[in-house]
Design a protein around this ligand. Structure first.
Ligand code: ZN
Length: 244
C-alpha cells in the first residue's frame, strides 16, 4: 500500500501505459463517448470500489457514492447524478449497493455522535426507527447487517419514487433499479431481491424484501421474536410508496 503521493502518479503512469499496450486506442475511444449501462449508488467506503468489484472498465459504470449509500429526496447531488445517468447516458440498470461492516450504518444504529455527519446518518436512523420491531428481534451481533440491508431496500424505494424515475418510466424508458449488498469480509455481492422496473407494484416488492431480511436474520417469517403483532415499519413504508 502506497503512502506517498509521487507513488500514486508513478502507478498511474504504469497503469495507463499497460492499458494502452494491452488495448491500443483505449483512451482515445474513451474520449469520444461514455455509454455505461450501469449506475452504481454506493458507500464512499474505500473498501467498496465499484469497478474492481464488478470487473467493469472505465466507461462502463457511472458512479455516485456517499456515506452509507443514501438517496435523500432533496439531495440535488444524488438526484442530478441519477438524472444525468438516466436521461443523458440512458443507463439500463441502477444498483443501490450497501455493504456489511458499514461504519455509517453502525454509527446510526448506535446513535453515535460524530459531528455534522450525524445529520446525514439521521436518515438511516429513520430506517432503524421504522423497522424497530424487526431489528429488536435480530441478535445484537447481526443487527448492523440487517440494518444495512433494510437501508438498501429503503434507498431503492427512494430512487424509484424520485421524479427522475417516475418521469423515465412514464416515458416508457427501460431502467431497472436493484438492491445489492457487498461483503467486505468475502468480497462477494448479494442481490437482495428488491428490483423495481415499474412492471410490478413497488409496495409488494418492498414488503417481500423486508420479509426476506426478517427471515434471514431472525429465522422467523413473522418476524416477531417477542410476538407482539403488526410490523409498524412495513405499514409505514407502504404509505410512503402509495404516495408515489
Ligand atoms: Zn459504508
Amino acid at each position: 500500500m502506497s503512502d506517498n503521493l509521487p507513488d500514486l502518479f508513478a502507478h498511474n503512469r504504469h497503469w495507463a501505459a499497460q492499458v494502452e499496450r494491452d488495448r491500443p486506442g483505449f483512451f482515445t475511444s474513451l474520449v469520444k463517448q461514455q455509454t455505461p449501462k450501469y449506475m452504481w449508488i454506493g458507500c464512499s467506503d474505500s473498501r467498496v470500489p465499484a469497478n474492481q468489484i464488478t470487473g467493469l472498465e472505465p466507461g462502463e459504470v457511472f458512479v455516485h457514492r456517499n456515506v452509507a449509500n443514501i438517496v435523500v429526496h432533496s439531495d440535488l447531488n444524488a438526484l442530478s447524478a441519477i438524472q444525468f445517468a438516466v436521461e443523458r447516458l440512458k443507463v439500463q440498470h441502477i444498483m443501490v449497493v450497501g455493504h456489511y461492516g458499514c461504519s455509517g450504518v453502525q454509527a446510526a444504529l448506535e446513535g453515535a455522535r460524530i459531528g455534522i455527519a450525524d445529520n446525514w446518518l439521521r436518515h438511516i436512523q429513520d430506517v432503524r426507527d421504522r423497522h424497530r420491531v424487526l431489528l429488536e428481534s435480530v441478535p445484537a451481533e447481526s443487527r448492523a447487517n440487517a440494518l444495512c440491508e433494510l437501508n438498501v431496500a429503503e434507498q431503492v424505494v427512494n430512487v424509484a419514487v424520485s421524479t427522475v424515475m417516475v418521469d423515465a418510466w412514464s416515458r416508457g424508458q427501460d431502467v431497472t433499479i436493484h438492491g445489492w449488498a457487498f461483503g467486505v469480509h468475502d468480497g462477494l455481492l448479494q442481490d437482495l431481491g428488491i428490483t423495481a422496473n415499474n412492471t410490478k407494484p413497488l409496495e409488494t416488492t418492498y414488503k417481500a424484501c423486508v420479509q426476506r431480511i426478517r427471515y434471514k436474520w431472525t429465522g422467523n417469517g413473522n418476524g416477531h421474536a417477542n410476538g407482539n403483532g403488526n410490523d409498524h415499519g412495513a405499514q409505514q413504508n407502504a404509505e410512503v410508496t402509495k404516495e408515489a
